[in-house]
Design a protein around this ligand. Structure first.
Ligand code: ZN
Length: 280
């Protein structure tokens, strides 16, 4: 086995475990720092079409509520960039971001493999393709939120996606960070038994995301750290060893505190999420 990014052959095993598959372990490349699962054989071609990612098949409306905060955050971040532009949201999930994007973009369409969602898209008036082979036009912006880490050959898929960019267009990627402070700074053991998931084949940080762009033959416009979970969530993990602190202890949070915490974590490269813009 060689590192997908740098071809290195030496890996360390990360502490923790893959929460839903005890046979897998989490490797980290000694040369480039790429984090990846020890095997990808559990991901078959039909895995996502059949909603296997969601083991309990979430009810769509309840699912939309859980992603509303992320949908709004992403919309605010990209609102000016998408104004009067054509946008494709690759791996659009429940379509929450697309509903918001339609208000600003000239055209906002999605692509999603999960087949059970078709009636939901129709009810929201969303145009969602089932495969890239169906897409017959180009876009100013292609977004992919928490998608790239699921792909067994992400550089190949990014190159393919970039063929659907208009001249001067941008690919916007958001991924969970392999350098999350909960892992790299606080070294929370309970968190390391909770966060790794068999669907996340790779985890990137700012450096390995840049190397991924190189491998895909794409230019990096920017890479920046975003903190999704607030300080209440982190303190709860460190105190109780359990998730959900952002709900149970939400009284600890404020927009000012979150902005300051995010800024500090970003300056250290320790946010839980990374957002990047690539172009041809
Ligand atoms: Zn490597």
């Amino acid at each position: 086995m060689r590192c997908y990014i740098c071809g290195g052959k030496k890996f360390g095993k990360r502490p923790g475990k893959v929460r839903d598959n005890s046979k897998l372990s989490v490797h980290e490349c000694h040369s480039c720092g790429l984090v990846f699962l020890s095997s990808f054989s559990h991901i078959t071609e039909k895995f996502y079409q059949n909603s296997k990612m969601h083991d309990t098949m979430p009810e769509v409306e309840a699912w939309c509520k859980t992603t509303r905060w992320d949908d709004e955050r992403r919309f605010k971040f990209l609102a000016s960039a998408m104004e009067n532009r054509d946008l494709l949201d690759f791996g659009c999930g429940n379509g929450g971001f697309l509903v918001a994007a339609k208000a600003a973009a000239a055209r906002a369409v999605g692509l999603e493999l999960e087949t059970r969602l078709t009636p939901h898209y129709e009810s929201r008036g969303l145009k969602v393709f089932k495969a890239l082979s169906e897409v017959d036009c180009k876009f100013d912006l292609i977004t992919a939120f928490h998608v790239v880490e699921h792909l067994p050959d992400p550089a190949k898929e990014l190159r393919r996606l970039a063929c659907f960019l208009k001249k001067g267009g941008h690919l916007i990627l958001e991924v969970p960070s392999s350098d999350d402070a909960m892992l790299k700074l606080y070294e929370s053991e309970p968190f390391s038994h909770f966060t790794y998931w068999s669907c996340h084949l790779f985890l990137f940080n700012r450096d390995t995301l840049r190397l991924l762009a190189d491998k895909a033959g794409l230019k990096v416009d920017y890479i920046k750290g975003i903190q999704r979970y607030p300080v209440s969530n982190h303190l709860h993990w460190l105190s109780k060893g359990l998730p959900g602190g952002h709900q149970k202890w939400s009284f600890l949070d404020s927009p000012e505190l979150h902005a300051a915490y995010e800024k500090q974590l970003a300056s250290l490269g320790l946010t839980d999420t990374v957002i990047a813009s690539f172009s041809l």
